[in-house]
Design a protein around this ligand. Structure first.
Ligand code: CA
Length: 239
């Protein structure tokens, strides 16, 4: 039998934790409950969960502090964190994402919404674990060492440009809309505008130098990376 994905719920309110646990169990997950950061740390030291559901407001260390701590620690770095925040607290969401949370969900939330977010973070995290290096033409990228190079020359890429390049290279020759790239590279953070993609594509091309033309704009459709760029097309125009 396939192992059920384990979800560590860090939540100080037993009624909420119980409700989430019941819903997760009914939907094929194995929930664990920790009422604060200390209890959560004990669970993490024992076995790593597949996802951490982390309440923002906790006694002792806040969810924000815990997210930052776990993201900085090699053992817990790769575990997806889904923050639970109060309704409409936009600065909280941004701070949570800055602290290293993968996504947030606003209380009160529906079971369907919670399950969708959990499945999304699991999907997004899964390919990164493969960690295989990829080469397209003279361009190569190694997720394990977080390095990319063109014709043997190392490329200087920001974290988002690296993720973007990694995603494009994993799905080379296919056209991706900005919305798809936002979902796959950034995650489904609703407040990020599609123009953000253009900004990072521009930065990626600048970093690629001679290989910039490999990242093609497909007018009205989006972007793709190709081994054989069309030399007749200008590269810097919008999609
Ligand atoms: Ca709380």
């Amino acid at each position: 039998m396939k192992k059920l994905p384990t979800i560590l719920i860090v939540e100080d309110e037993p009624a909420i934790a119980e409700l989430i646990s019941v819903n997760l169990r009914h939907n094929g997950f194995a929930p664990l409950w920790a009422e604060d950061g200390t209890a959560a740390q004990r669970e993490l030291d024992a076995v790593l969960p597949d996802v951490i559901l982390l309440d923002w407001m906790l006694p002792g260390q806040s969810g924000l502090e815990l997210a930052r701590k776990w993201r900085a620690h090699p053992r817990t770095r790769a575990v997806p964190i889904l923050m639970l925040t109060a309704r409409g607290d936009e600065p909280d969401k941004v701070a949570g994402l800055d602290a290293g949370a993968d996504d947030y969900i606003t209380k009160p939330f529906s079971t369907q919404e919670l399950l969708a977010r959990i499945r999304a973070v699991l999907r997004r995290r899964a390919p990164e674990h493969s960690g295989e290096s990829i080469a397209i033409g003279a361009l190569s990228l190694d997720p394990a060492t977080h390095r990319a190079s063109h014709a043997g020359q190392p490329l200087k890429l920001g974290p988002t440009e690296f993720k973007l390049l990694h995603y494009l290279m994993r799905h080379a020759e296919r056209v991706h809309s900005r919305g798809q790239l936002l979902d796959k590279v950034w995650g489904d953070h609703v407040y990020i505008e599609e123009r953000t993609v253009d900004v990072h594509v521009k930065r990626l091309r600048e970093a690629l130098g001679d290989a910039a033309a490999m990242v093609e704009t497909v007018r009205g459709a989006g972007y793709r990376i190709t081994a054989q760029p069309d030399a007749t097309k200008p590269i810097a125009s919008g999609a």
